[in-house]
Design a protein around this ligand. Structure first.
Ligand SMILES: [Zn+2]
Ligand SMILES: [Zn+2]
Length: 138
C-alpha cells in the first residue's frame, strides 16, 4: 500500500509514489514551536510526493534554508523542505492507517525541552543524524 496522509481537517491530502525514509523525531527549537512538542517526520523524494489541496498549504519561511508547510484551515504541521533539495519531509503523524515505518532517531536533542526525557533504545543525536545526511535524507 502506498503511504498517504492528510491534515486534521482533510483539506490537504498527500500520497507517496515511492518509498519513505525512516521516521526521525526532531527536538530542535523550531520543530518544537511549530509542532507543539517535537516533530516526527519521514522523508521522500520530492518528485514522489503528490499533494492535493495545495491551495490550502501555507508555507512559512522558517529560515533562509528551509520552509515549513501547514494547512491554513486547521493548522496541521505537514511539510518541511529545503528549496533546491530533492527531498521533502512530511509529518509522520499525518499518515493515515498502518505505515510500516518506525522511529529511527532522535535528532537535535541538544535543543530539547527540559520538561521531558527521552527514553528507550532509539539513538539520539545532538544535531542531525550524520549517517542519514550521508544517505541524502536530510
Ligand atoms: Zn487542514
Ligand atoms: Zn527540527
Amino acid at each position: 500500500m502506498p503511504l498517504s496522509g492528510s491534515c486534521a481537517c482533510g483539506a490537504v491530502t498527500f500520497s507517496l509514489a515511492g518509498g519513505a525514509g525512516p521516521v526521525r523525531a526532531c527536538h530542535c527549537t523550531a520543530c518544537r514551536k511549530q509542532s507543539g512538542h517535537f516533530w516526527a517526520a519521514s522523508q521522500a523524494a520530492k518528485a514522489d510526493l503528490i499533494i492535493a489541496g495545495t491551495e490550502y498549504v501555507r508555507w512559512f519561511r522558517a529560515s533562509p534554508q528551509a520552509r515549513r508547510g501547514f494547512c491554513e484551515l486547521c493548522g496541521s504541521t505537514l511539510f518541511f523542505e529545503k528549496p533546491g533539495s530533492e527531498r521533502i519531509s512530511f509529518s509522520a503523524g499525518a499518515l493515515d492507517g498502518e505505515t510500516g515505518l518506525s522511529l529511527a532517531a532522535h535528532i537535535f536533542v541538544a535543543e530539547k525541552g527540559d520538561y521531558y526525557d527521552i527514553t528507550g533504545d532509539v539513538p539520539c543525536f545532538d544535531g542531525f543524524d550524520a549517517a542519514a545526511r550521508e544517505r541524502g535524507e536530510e
